[in-house]
Design a protein around this ligand. Sequence first.
Ligand SMILES: Cc1cc2nc3c(=O)[nH]c(=O)nc-3n(C[C@H](O)[C@H](O)[C@H](O)COP(=O)(O)O)c2cc1C
Length: 214
Amino acid sequence: MKIDPEELSTRELYQWMTQLITPRPIAWVSTVSPDGIANLAPFSFFNGVGANPPTIMFCPANQRDGTPKDTLANIQRTGQFAVNLVSFADADAMNATSAPYRFGQDEFEIESIAKADCDQIKVPRVADAIASMECSLHTAMQIGTGPGGANLVIGRVLQIHVRQDLILPSQELDASRLDTIGRMGRDDYIRTGSEEDVENASLFDLPRPKKRSL
Ligand SMILES: Cc1cc2nc3c(=O)[nH]c(=O)nc-3n(C[C@H](O)[C@H](O)[C@H](O)COP(=O)(O)O)c2cc1C
């Protein structure tokens, strides 16, 4: 089968791309608005860019009305964000924060997710996350326009936090116990499991939360 992107709608292309480009790591991105209200949302068009300088990228698409999502709007105004990594234990909380809350609603508070201060930026991070990266905005590039229009955000990593129980006596990361999850197509995810418990590495599904706004 051959697919010509010119013949498909944005929605159809989204389905093909998100079912083919798998598994995708998940950036659980925290930001703050200029008047100090925190925001937290997941993004799976996410990856590292490089180590020199230390940079990561993620891609917040425009909302259905063509305006930027709250995460991008905040980053454009403050130039700061934190990327929290997602383990299986955080899957439900992460998914809950993907609901389309109105601008100015704090998903940390709504979903009872504990905040911790960052060291170098004025943005809260997820206190219990396996790891968090404090970032300053390197580049925000508009790739598309209108509903679903793509945007690319590159962040320079200023500081990395790793949960202490994941650090070995040698001061190295015990990567075998991260149990990160990856996004597959539609509502499917993959769990990486841990070395002691490989049977936990499996596909699972997590339906998106019903649309709601307080
Ligand atoms: C696992 C997961 C991955 C997601 N990845 C993306 C993504 O890469 N780009 C995007 O625009 N939205 C993505 N979303 C949807 C956003 O999280 C959702 O639109 C959210 O409401 C945006 O919040 P904000 O307006 O506070 O920024 C994803 C949702 C989930 C559950």
